[in-house]
Design a protein around this ligand. Structure first.
Ligand code: SF4
Length: 369
């Protein structure tokens, strides 16, 4: 069987699948979720693996499964506890979506993660990638996954030179992925493609001499360096924000706030922070923030630490100051939450990476064990 597409090579699909699957059987890594066939474990691992490397995911996966061994335990948990386990893994929307989906599955699917693609897609918080991965691996359904690894392998194999972010290229990659997919072993095939991208067809310096499909690869044949592909549209330079952060103290307690669930880092805990305006000092910006947003009167006293942190779309520098509470009481409303906690209690709340660095500094300075 051959496919012919504009600007692509002919490829013997049966040969391709066979070479790939044979390689996967002998070279695949022994990963904890590969010892499982249950849809719950496969679902959790696939969500964790999105935009995150296997090495980082493994300890998080093992801990998560130990604490939430099934859909019921996950659904029953407080979101704070789920976010706490997720702390440091990034992209926290994934944790919120898992929790939301677990509750839906308990209510509508008798607590069993479905293995049918359409059913999976109908669950709030489960998207195309996860549905294809779970349906193919746990349900043997023929749906191709298209993640960063698969995009890289296909772009090189077929020498696709259009930027991968544009719709026409995306569509082409999706079609190729579906047509190459093994009808007999879709789960193994999907995992094999991702494994090939992770181990052999790496972003830089692909190991073509070890590649099971080298003889079929157009980029290897035609380009001086296959890592020129895939082509990505240049991103605008990430903006940089200067942010003042308050460690607000009152009688040995620190004021922390919970972020709104629908926003960036939703559900995570935070120290009050604000962008520093032009011609404004960080101390002044903080006093204004505490007063206007939290109805708390305070004085910014001592500089604590400067933290630099980069997200995928922007960079920031945090200037962190100790502040002393004078008067006022923070309002309570449905969209926000706040607490006064002792420094040694901070570890019980989920904080994002930049705040963890502040907490580390506070622990060094104020928590004596
Ligand atoms: S031959 Fe090289 S570029 Fe082509 S798929 Fe294999 S590792 Fe990637």
């Amino acid at each position: 069987m051959k496919i012919e597409m504009e600007n692509t090579i002919d490829i013997n699909i049966i040969q391709f699948r066979s070479l790939l699957l044979q390689w996967y059987q002998s070279e695949k890594r022994d990963l904890p979720w590969r010892r499982e066939s249950a849809s719950y474990e496969i679902w959790i691992s696939e969500v964790m693996l999105q935009q995150t490397q296997v090495k980082k995911v493994q300890p998080y996966y093992l801990k998560f499964i130990r604490i939430f061994p099934n859909v019921y335990t996950l659904a029953k948990a407080q979101l704070d506890d789920v976010l706490k386990i997720w702390e440091g893994l990034g992209y926290y929307t994934r944790a919120r979506n898992l929790h939301k989906a677990a509750n839906y599955i308990v209510e509508h699917e008798n607590g069993t993660v479905p293995t049918k693609y359409d059913k999976l897609l109908s669950i709030p918080g489960i998207g195309e990638y996860t549905a294809a991965a779970v349906a193919s691996i746990a349900g043997n359904e023929t749906h191709a996954v298209v993640d960063g690894n698969v995009i890289r392998v296909l772009s090189r194999l077929f020498q696709i030179e259009g930027p991968t972010q544009i719709a026409v290229t995306k569509q082409r990659l999706k079609e190729l992925a579906e047509r190459l997919l093994s009808r007999d072993y879709p789960g193994d095939y999907n995992q094999a493609m991702m494994e090939l991208g992770a181990l052999i067809c790496t972003p830089r310096k692909p190991k073509c001499l070890l590649c099971p499909v080298v003889e079929l690869c157009k980029a290897h044949r035609n380009l001086p360096d296959p890592s020129l592909l895939p082509v990505k549209k240049k991103r605008k330079e990430a903006p940089h924000h200067n942010i003042a952060v308050a460690i607000l103290w009152d009688e040995g307690h620190i004021f922390i706030t919970k972020r709104e669930e629908n926003g960036v880092l939703g559900g995570m805990w935070d120290f009050p922070g604000v962008m520093i305006g032009e011609s404004e000092t960080p101390q002044h910006a903080l006093q204004k923030l505490l007063q206007e947003k939290y109805n708390l009167y305070a004085e910014a006293t001592e500089f604590l630490v400067e933290i630099k942190h980069a997200f995928s779309h922007y960079k920031m520098t945090l200037q962190v100051f100790h502040c002393l509470y004078k008067s006022g009481e923070a309002p309570t409303n449905a969209n926000s939450d706040w607490q006064w906690v002792k420094p040694e209690e901070l570890k019980f709340f989920p904080f994002a990476a930049a705040n963890k660095k502040i907490i580390q500094k506070l622990e060094n300075d104020f928590v004596h064990t």
